[in-house]
Design a binder for this molecule. Structure first.
Ligand code: SF4
Length: 423
């Protein structure tokens, strides 16, 4: 892991929402944790639905939520939405500078602007002036899809043709940097530096290249994202490959993973990425589970999904929980966990910090495992136990029979059943 690059810092929010800082390390600021953003999927002018969605995203862990304001009725809804929500809101503005002015007037906490799709420089200037007056930061964003004006479609296709013809990121990269520099000049001329920047591509490799290049050229905090990443199943890979690589290289101050799906998944996956990189303190349990193989001795896939769902709703502390399919790797993995189960012959042997506490039939594993998790959580809360502490080494059940045992072998009596020493 490369240390985080130092940047200027921007802040957004107020007493009601809490202040969220993005970036830092320069000008006497302390680097803020990488902030997680997402965007509502519904219409902003549907006030109740929009408020409900924002609150749901904030509850999932979003630090900042962006809303689209394509029409006057959307900015008109903002005032009410801001009163009913407690997370900083960003207004996403395209084409109509007046939407930005209206959103600022409504009290929005940040503006996302693509100067490339607002034709008149004076209009952009009026947005900058309004933000400056109220201390509202602006994200200056270029997207691969909008770096050449739509009226120049033919030219754009030629540019993209050159890019796809062989040079993986040279031509388009240069084009995006040039556009970004051009846009930033507008802000610098107005002496406006309360800026976060983004340059998104649909291509993870280009995303890595462009943000790496930008990080050398500008000291503004960076908003990372892969645009149009697609459905969750593949979009997750596209986003995490690019964003995870950049973050591990010390680049990036706020992230948005984008899916063609419920944005709650965007928040959950962005947080999990940051937990995995050690960039945020985990909230809730950490679940590890084996992939299963021919030695599996319970229906682990179903069990893992049920455990995952229950842990989310019942456990707040970062308890490490292991669910393992047999005794081969079970004890080893379980040793590093606070609460663990490894399976044998349609039973589950449950451990809490290395101490065996139960040996139950398969149908009782879920309930007993969760009971142990809840009890352990309460003990931690009362100061009677500490997370990550291992009291005793786990000894695999004995005898375990030959490795590679499966149901058939057990049924054939070639392997002893792992039911000895029931607790
Ligand atoms: S723990 Fe057992 S069942 Fe799971 S993958 Fe490892 S050997 Fe296979």
């Amino acid at each position: 892991m490369t240390p985080r690059r130092s940047t200027r810092q921007i802040t957004l929010g107020n007493n009601r929402t809490g202040i969220v800082r993005i970036g830092g390390g320069l000008n006497g600021t302390q680097p803020a944790p990488v902030a997680v953003q997402t965007m509502t999927a519904g219409y902003t002018h549907n006030i109740d639905a929009c408020v409900a969605e924002i609150n749901k995203l904030a509850a999932a862990g979003a630090d900042i939520v962006r809303v689209a304001v394509p029409e006057r009725k959307d900015t008109e809804a903002l005032k009410e939405i801001l009163q009913q929500t407690q997370v900083p809101i960003v207004a996403d503005v395209h084409f109509h500078y007046k939407r930005a002015l209206e959103a600022i007037e409504a009290g929005v906490h940040k503006i996302r602007l693509n100067p490339g799709n607002i034709n008149d420089r004076q209009q952009v200037n009026s947005v900058i002036d309004a933000c400056k007056e109220r201390g509202i930061p602006i994200r200056v964003g270029v997207n691969e899809g909008s770096i050449i004006e739509r009226k120049d479609k033919q030219k754009r296709m030629e540019e993209l043709g050159k890019y796809f013809a062989g040079h993986r990121s040279g031509h388009l990269l240069a084009l995006m940097i040039a556009k970004l520099e051009e846009y930033l000049d507008i802000f610098h001329e107005k002496e406006f530096f309360d800026i976060c920047i983004s340059a998104k591509s649909m291509d993870p490799a280009l995303t890595i290249d462009i943000y790496t290049e930008i990080s050398k050229r500008f000291d503004y905090p960076l908003h990372l994202g892969v645009t149009h990443a697609g459905p969750k199943e593949t979009g997750c890979i596209r986003s995490v490959v690019a964003l995870g690589t950049l973050l591990a290289n010390g680049i990036g101050d706020t992230v948005r993973i984008s899916y063609a799906n419920d944005p709650v998944y965007e928040v959950e996956d962005a947080l999990e990425m940051l937990y995995c990189l050690g960039m945020r303190n985990r909230v809730g349990a950490e679940l590890i589970a084996c992939p299963t193989c021919g030695r599996i001795q319970v229906d682990l896939f179903t069990l893992v999904q049920k455990v995952r769902k229950k842990l989310r709703s019942e456990i707040d502390l970062p308890i490490k929980v292991a669910v393992m399919g047999c005794v081969v790797n079970g004890p080893g993995e379980a040793e590093g966990a606070d609460v663990a189960v490894f399976a044998g012959d349609r039973r589950g042997i449950i451990y809490v910090q290395g101490e065996r506490v139960a040996n139950v039939p398969e149908e009782e594993i879920l309930d007993r495992l969760l009971t142990e998790c809840r009890t352990f959580q309460e003990k931690v809360r009362r100061g009677e136990a500490k997370l990550g502490e291992k009291k005793v080494a786990i000894v695999p059940p004995d005898p375990i029979g030959e490795l590679g045992s499966g149901h058939e072998k057990i049924a054939a009596g070639r392997v002893e059943r792992i039911t000895v020493g029931q607790t």
